[in-house]
Design a binder for this molecule. Sequence first.
Ligand SMILES: CC/C=C/C/C=C\C/C=C\CC/C=C/CC(=O)SCCNC(=O)CCNC(=O)[C@H](O)C(C)(C)COP(=O)(O)OP(=O)(O)OC[C@H]1O[C@@H](n2cnc3c(N)ncnc32)[C@H](O)[C@@H]1OP(=O)(O)O
Length: 279
Amino acid sequence: MFSTAARALASRSLPRAPSILPPSRSMLTVSRLSPSVAELTLDKAPANTLSLEMALAFSAAVSEIEADPSVTALLLRSSSTKIFSAGLDISEMSGPEPARLADFWRAIQGTYLSLYSSRLATVACIEGHAPAGGCLLSLMADYRIMTGGGPRIGLNETALGIAAPYWLKDMFVETVGRRNAELALLKGTLFTGEEALAVGLVDEVLPLEEVYPRAKEEVLKLARIPAKGRAETKRLLRGAAVDELLAGREADVAWFTEFVLEEGTQKGIKAYLDSLKKK
Ligand SMILES: CC/C=C/C/C=C\C/C=C\CC/C=C/CC(=O)SCCNC(=O)CCNC(=O)[C@H](O)C(C)(C)COP(=O)(O)OP(=O)(O)OC[C@H]1O[C@@H](n2cnc3c(N)ncnc32)[C@H](O)[C@@H]1OP(=O)(O)O
């Protein structure tokens, strides 16, 4: 996180309702690749979707890793080679209880605030699909390595009849450039690894069996870059975006909850959820 003040502000805004269970660690595992490099593995079958609990567990794990001064880098991966993450858990948005829906969105914001602003060098190892919120998780990393051929990555919200929040849209624009972002966001394009590489959405594309070894090699290399200069450079690059969300967090929650609770949105969400289950 960028500063003690920003960390305090972020954690103050996290859900505190008594109804929320403490983050479960069974959906994630944290291990060490070396004394200074942590590995965070998403392990929530079948699709690593971001439910409220998963999002809280993710931010808590990142914060815990960050709190250890001996750690300078983080590798993010999935326990599945088929799905990196299928994005937001759509069942959280189907017939939701309004207070939980608001907490859900705060927790999703929290995933962004925790990893995008991290002092750590971060690499995403994207072996499987990463649509929407799955793409969000990978965009927060400093470097992305993806499998070629099969899996897809991108922000497909428009194709689902919804819109990505401004802070996710902004991160996408920063990564692929204005015109590529407009073309992709307006259509809801999901890219193959090769297509994603061509627009700058990922940094390397490899056959599946080479993705994890190469991601490990890269994160171990990044861990050797002087930590202070790297953290300050990241703050200069990303601090304004993070501060903007911190300042407008509750307005963003209101935008999301109003949109999701609308009758037409609810019909669309239910139909999409049913179509996923019937596949
Ligand atoms: C209408 C949409 C939602 C509404 C939000 C409304 C307003 C919000 C406003 C702004 C917010 C916008 C931000 C949104 C970001 C998001 O992340 S939205 C979620 C987008 N995600 C997707 O569209 C991915 C859907 N999944 C897939 O396409 C496939 O699962 C995937 C290609 C990833 C993998 O395919 P495959 O290997 O064949 O696996 P299955 O499809 O069989 O999936 C396995 C089981 O997992 C369940 N599942 C998959 N994705 C989700 C999900 N996102 N949420 C909940 N459940 C999911 C799927 O039903 C299978 O379950 P089953 O085994 O059948 O019980």
